[in-house]
Structure formats: C-alpha cells, structure tokens
Design a protein around this ligand. Structure first.
Ligand SMILES: Cc1ncc(C[n+]2csc(CCOP(=O)(O)OP(=O)(O)O)c2C)c(N)n1
Ligand SMILES: CC(=O)[C@@H](O)[C@H](O)COP(=O)(O)O
Ligand SMILES: [Mg+2]
Length: 629
C-alpha cells in the first residue's frame, strides 16, 4: 500500500485481516526507511504498529480519543491520520513534531513528551464526557516505563476509585529507554510469564468450586492450583485490587488477539487495563536486539548494517561529567549517583558499571529521586542526581520542600540545559535557572566548556554547604584541552575573557562564542566590548558587578535560558535593589513562549541569539562612534 496515500484512519474499516497484516509490514518498511534519514524514536514505534492499527480500527478518532503517553511512539498514529507525506520533515525546523501536537491534527487530542501524564489526561476527558453526557470511547496507551512515573500511579488510584469508563493499554515491552526497573516491572514480569491471567483465573475458580465433589487427590491438585491462583491473584490482582478489569497478557503483534481484547475492553463498563506484550524495535533486527536503548531514539543510520551515523567530535558534556564523577568516586565513598530512567543519556550507565552499589536508576520518578537524594545527604552521603533540565521540572516541590529548605548537600547535575533541538518544546532545557534561582540555599554554576565542567563537578562534590546545581548543554564540548589536575573553583567568581571599556556582555555556556564573535566584530567598528564568562547564576559575582557599576558602561546579558527569571533578571534585580537605577542593562535570551523543534542553530536564528543580533543590540547601547577610516 502507498503509505503516503493514507488520509484518515476510517479506511481501516474496509480492511481485511490480511490487509492489516500487509499494512503493518508496509508501515514498518516506511518507518525504517524514513527514519534512516531523519532519525527519531524508531524502536518504540516499530513496537506499536499492530497495536496502533487495532486501536484506530476500534476507536473512531477524533470523536473517540486515543492518548499516547510520552508520545514518542505516535509516529504510526501520525501515519494513519494522514501525515505520512510530512515524514521527511520529522523533528526538523517547522516540520512534523516528534510528539502528538494538537495544532497538527484533530486526531491529536493531548500533547505529551514528558512521561506518565496520559492517565490523568484520559481521566479528565472521561469525566468531561460523562458530565456532557456524550459517548466517546477513550483509550490511553502507556508503556511499562511510563507506568513507573508517580503521576501514573496517582491516576490509577483515582480512576479505580471513580470506576470511570476508560481503557488503559499497557504497552509492555520490558524496556524503558534502557531495560525497565522496579517492583512494578517484576509484577508485570510475573504476568507476562504466567500466561493468560484472565483465562487461568476463570479455570482455577471453576476448579476450586468443584473441590468438595472430589476426594483428597483433587484437593491436593486444587491446593497446588489454589496456590498458583493465589500466586496469580497476588501478582495479577495488583490491577484488580486497584478497581480495574485486567485483561492479558495479550500478544501485541497478533491482530486478532489485539482486536478481541481491546474491543472487549472498550465495551466493558468501568476502567479496564489491557496488558499488551510488544517487542521494542519489532521487525528490524538491530532495533529488536537492542539491549542498551540505542534504538530508543537516535540520529540517521545505515539500514543494511544498522550502523548509526556518528559525527566525530569532542567528548560529550555528559561523558565529561560521568568520567569526572567516576574519578572522584574512586576516592570518595560518599558519592552516590541517581538517575530517573536515563542512565544512557546522562552517561551514568558507565558510572554504574564501575560502582554498581552506588548507582540507582529509580525509574521515571524524578520526584522520588530528588527526595531520595535529600535522604542520602541527610545521612552524610554526597548524592549526585543527574537529570535533564526539562525532567527536573517534575521534582520542583521536592527541590523546594525537601532539599533546599533543609539545606542538604545534593549535587544536581543538570544535563540538556538550554535548547535541545529535535525534541522541541516539551524538552527545551530553558527554565531551570528561573526555577532554581529563587530557592534560598541553591547555588547554580554553568561551565563555558568541557574543561571548566570537570572542575565544576569537582567543586560541586566538594561543596558541603547545601544544594548545588551544575548545568551543561546537550551534545559535545568545544574540543578544548583538558587540565590534568582537577581544581576547586571559587563559587560566585566570574572570568573576564576579553577586556573592553565601552560596554560589557555578561554571558555563559553556549552563548559565549557568540558573545566573543560579536565583540570582535564591534572592535572593527571601534567599539570596545568586554566579554565576561558569568559562570554562576547564583551567587552573582558582586565584586565584578560593583566594578561595572562604578564604570557605568552599558551591560548586555546574553543567555540560552528563559528571559523571565533567569540570569539577566538576576543582574537587573541586583542593580535595581542596590538603587543603581542609572545602569543601562539590556537582556537577550529565550522569549516568553515555547520553542518548537528544529536544529539548535535554526532556533538561534529564529530567536535572534546570533552574532549579528548581538552587534545590532550593542549599537543601541553604545552610539556608533566615528568609524575607523
Ligand atoms: C518525566 C520524564 N522523564 C524522563 C523521560 C525520558 N523518557 C522518554 S521515553 C522514556 C522511557 C519510556 O518507556 P516506556 O513508557 O516503557 O515506553 P517505550 O519507549 O518502551 O515504548 C523515558 C524515560 C520523559 N520523557 N519524561
Ligand atoms: C522521548 C524522550 O523523552 C527521550 O527519548 C528523549 O528524547 C531523549 O533525549 P536525548 O536524545 O537528548 O537523550
Ligand atoms: Mg517500555
């Protein structure tokens, strides 16, 4: 079938089972081909081809609603809802979003990207339906990884209590990004291996009812059977005790099994969980055999060999962080590393290989990780929670209430700080300075390059006066030379990279190269600009700010962070609160809106975080002098 000819999922009603099987293969071929060029979340999507076909056969969207947890596995849904022709632009600037996007299609009823939100959203939509008296069928698809997220369990608890009509499809492929973790994972494991729970349960109940009619022999058998039912009930009842009808496990690649069970669930009163077993990467060997999570989400690759196209370059910031922490952990038994289901992305998997007793993957549970780190620190350990900027947003109250308020020695290694590019608005790491800076006791450091990062990791591990965050960007460093010896840095001391007397640019991290380039361009126009590596957002370098105030020259702050509340705001507050209202201060950064997907370079252009824009801004601050002849 010509995948790009699909306009609407209604066509599935005219498909036979054979048509659907053939279509599944055509969709897999399409995904493998397109993503070999664009990159994306291939593994998760190959695993849900049959499941998505079955759902769109049984749920007439947009009247019925399908919600995709995390949403990285919604490419098949996008193909069936008429967006296959746009796949060349997947995750590209102004192209197809890699996650559900309401303004892309009426079939995308809920936007995801962060994990574990689907059940709460589905519950809200189901209650709205019931209040309005309409009859939409609502299904939420949640993975075994996403089910480890606290809000998913909060929603299960509430849905089970309210007995609201909705279907939860538990897409269980035994994988999060890396192999899944946790007690829930074990329960699911027992369900996977004990065969069809629902059928066995009925058979066993039937058997037990017949016990009095038979002698001891059956009683023994029944005892054994009862034990296994008890065993089953114990493991399978987790969901039934929560108030759900549990169906499964269902073969997630068998169309008949899927259709019969999901239809039963759709038409059953009350909340139903359909436990579907799928294989992540199904249909493409390199992705199917992926134990580490490489094929969870990746860049372009060679289809025949499965070789991922790697761009050589300097070490990734994440690798420098992890390598430095490993070096320190050799000598410092207090160091305990935590990740919330991102061992690969944060490179803590390498730390865990060396120090298995001191590395914990808590699942997709940033709230738990933050407070667990507080508990560790309260007992004299040095917890290091490596977490993407965007995902730490999940642990905000734990940051405030548990860690900062108690002034506990937790080191937050904030990865993917700044624009991340292809993952777009749900993943841009641009709010962490704003959401951390106002917390009493918190310190925030930002390295200019990978060499300064290693020293900041060392400094943060040594720091024992409360919580400290070191934020660093996605991707590779600048290729600078790495000092052999680690050194402790003075927190709150900035670095003048280039002197100048007409104006000063205060910048940090990824924006510094742009600031330097702009200063050099301005120098050619006889405008002399100082560039400062402002490597801490809290505390500020008050000594340097005082010197600038005495000099009285204009200041431009330049940051890859939300303008509202981040570094530039801190500088404004500093001068205003000190009564220096004469200071001319301009700020450049991320505007007050959500930044969609695209390459980071394209996003810089869109936002105006470029050398030319800095030069233009500087001309407004420092009148153009007589240009040098
Ligand atoms: C709050 C939050 N933390 C971490 C992530 C990163 N993340 C994206 S997908 C994923 C694993 C999801 O596993 P699962 O739900 O089983 O889906 P699968 O990829 O197996 O289909 C994680 C941890 C996220 N999206 N949101
Ligand atoms: C879907 C999701 O949240 C993760 O897979 C995320 O896309 C990983 O981001 P990195 O590619 O920056 O590790
Ligand atoms: Mg999974």
């Amino acid at each position: 079938m010509d995948i790009e000819s699909i306009k609407d999922p209604a066509f599935l009603q005219t498909c036979s089972r054979d048509d659907m099987e053939k279509l599944a293969q055509d969709i897999r071929d399409f995904l493998i081909k397109k993503l070999s060029v664009t990159g994306g979340h291939l593994g998760p999507n190959l695993g849900v081809v049959e499941l998505t076909l079955a759902l769109h056969y049984l749920y007439q969207t947009p009247k019925d609603k399908i919600i995709w947890d995390v949403g990285h596995q919604a490419y098949v849904h996008k193909i069936l809802t008429g967006r296959a022709p746009q796949f060349e632009s997947l995750r590209k600037y102004q192209g197809l979003c890699g996650f559900p996007k309401r303004d892309e299609s009426e079939h995308d009823v809920w936007e995801t990207g962060h994990s574990s939100t689907s059940l709460s959203a589905a519950m809200g939509m189901a209650v709205a339906r019931d209040i309005k008296g309409s009859s939409d069928n609502i299904a939420a698809v949640i993975g075994d990884g996403a089910l480890t997220g606290g809000m998913a369990l909060e929603a299960l608890n509430h849905i089970g209590h309210e007995q609201t009509n909705l279907t939860i499809i538990l897409n269980d492929n035994e994988m999060s990004i890396a192999p899944n973790v946790g007690a829930l994972h074990s329960i699911l494991g027992r369900l996977r291996t004990t065969g069809r729970y629902q059928k066995v349960k009925e058979d066993v109940e039937y058997l037990i009812k017949k016990i009095p009619a038979f002698g001891g022999r059956l009683a023994t058998t029944a005892e054994r059977v009862k034990d296994s039912l008890k065993y089953l009930l114990v493991s399978g009842m987790f969901f039934e005790e929560m108030g759900f009808t549990y169906l499964g496990p269902v073969d997630g690649h068998d169309m008949d099994d899927l259709l019969s069970n999901i239809q039963y669930a759709r038409d059953t009163d009350g909340p139903v969980i359909v436990h579907v077993l799928t294989k992540k990467g199904k249909g493409y060997a390199p992705a199917e055999n992926d134990a580490k999570g490489t094929w969870h989400g990746l860049g372009p690759y060679k289809i025949e060999s499965g070789e991922v196209v790697k761009k050589p370059g300097p070490p990734a910031y994440s690798a420098v962080f992890s390598n430095t922490l490993q070096k320190l952990a050799q000598e410092d038994e207090r160091i305990v590393a935590l990740t919330a289901a991102m061992p690969g992305g944060t490179k803590l998997d390498q730390f865990g290989a060396k120090f298995p007793q001191r590395m914990f993957d808590v699942g997709i549970a940033e709230q738990h990780a933050t407070t667990m780190a507080g508990g560790l620190a309260a007992q004299g350990m040095k917890p290091v929670f490596a977490v993407y900027s965007t995902f730490l947003q999940r642990g905000y109250d734990q940051l405030v209430h548990d860690v900062c308020r108690q002034n506990l020695n937790v080191f937050f290694a904030i990865d993917r700080a700044g624009l991340v590019g292809a993952d777009g608005e749900t993943h841009q790491g641009v709010f962490d300075i704003a959401y951390l800076r106002h917390l009493p006791n918190m310190k925030i450091l930002m390295p200019k390059d990978e060499n300064e990062l290693q020293h900041m990791v060392y400094t943060a591990v040594q720091y024992d006066n409360g919580p400290i965050a070191v934020r660093y960007p996605r991707g590779n460093g600048l290729g600078v030379e790495m000092d052999k010896e680690l050194k402790k840095m003075e927190i709150g001391k900035w670095e003048v990279l280039r002197d100048g007397k007409d104006a000063t640019i205060l910048s940090f991290s990824t924006m510094l190269p742009i600031a330097i380039e702009a200063a050099e361009a301005l120098a050619e126009k006889n405008i002399d600009v100082r560039v400062v590596n402002a490597r801490s957002a809290k505390p500020l370098d008050e000594g340097l700010l005082e010197e600038l105030q005495e000099e009285g020259a204009p200041i431009l702050t330049l940051e890859e962070a939300a303008l509202k509340g981040s570094f530039g705001s801190a500088v404004l507050e500093h001068y205003h609160d000190a009564g220096f209202h004469h200071m001319v201060i301009e700020r450049m950064g991320i505007p007050d809106r959500y930044i969609e997907h695209g390459s980071v370079g394209e996003l810089y252009e869109e936002i105006g975080l470029t050398k030319d824009e800095v030069v233009s801004k500087m001309y407004t601050l420092v009148p153009r002098k007589q240009q040098r002849a």
